[in-house]
Design a protein around this ligand. Structure first.
Ligand SMILES: [Zn+2]
Length: 179
């Protein structure tokens, strides 16, 4: 479900947007533990023209249901994730503006190309939200501990737990091989 911003609508230099994003269009990317509470999230922000670059800054907001990975309590997680993205004209990324030049760590703005007609804010907002989601969401930490039923062991029901590469049988076998 795209959230298009037409370049023609940016004739004044900036454009504010606030659009719904249907939960059913991204529910598959959330994994089994996270379920959207609302039928739609909101994606809002400002698009700005900077020469032939379109800069978009915004937030994606909504609420997710999840099950604490420690105690199994059903809980809710508010989502309010900021994103920042620049769209450059087609062909520009192959020229001076390479993604490599963004790897200096000082200014980590995502870049992609656009077709000159419109940019789509939805994938940018979604990627930002998904990257920032906790891998194993649990009750919020407090002085008494994160939750009453806190277990040192994570619950694994319904989830694929990450295998520590160093603990896998393959890694153990490889350690025995003398190089
Ligand atoms: Zn818990």
């Amino acid at each position: 479900m795209p959230i298009p911003i037409r370049i023609a609508s940016l004739s004044k230099g900036t454009l504010e947007f606030d659009e719904p994003l249907l939960a059913e269009t991204f529910i598959d990317r959330l994994g089994e533990e996270l379920k959207p509470v609302e039928d739609e999230f909101r994606v809002g922000g400002v698009a700005t023209v900077l020469g032939n670059v379109i800069e978009v800054r915004g937030q994606i907001k909504g609420t997710l249901n999840f099950t604490c990975s420690r105690c199994g309590e059903p809980l809710r997680m508010p989502i309010d994730t900021s994103f920042e993205h620049r769209f450059v004209a087609q062909g520009e990324l192959r020229g001076g503006v390479s993604s490599d030049s963004q790897l200096d760590g000082t200014h980590d703005i995502d870049l992609s190309e656009y077709d000159g007609v419109e940019v789509d804010v939805a994938p940018v907002a979604l990627d930002s939200m998904i990257v920032n989601l906790p891998v194993a969401p649990s009750c919020p930490q407090s002085r008494e501990g994160p939750c009453e039923q806190w277990s040192a062991e994570q619950l694994t029901a319904g989830s694929v737990s990450a295998v520590d590469a160093n603990d896998s049988p393959l890694a153990a076998a490889l350690r025995k091989i003398k190089l």
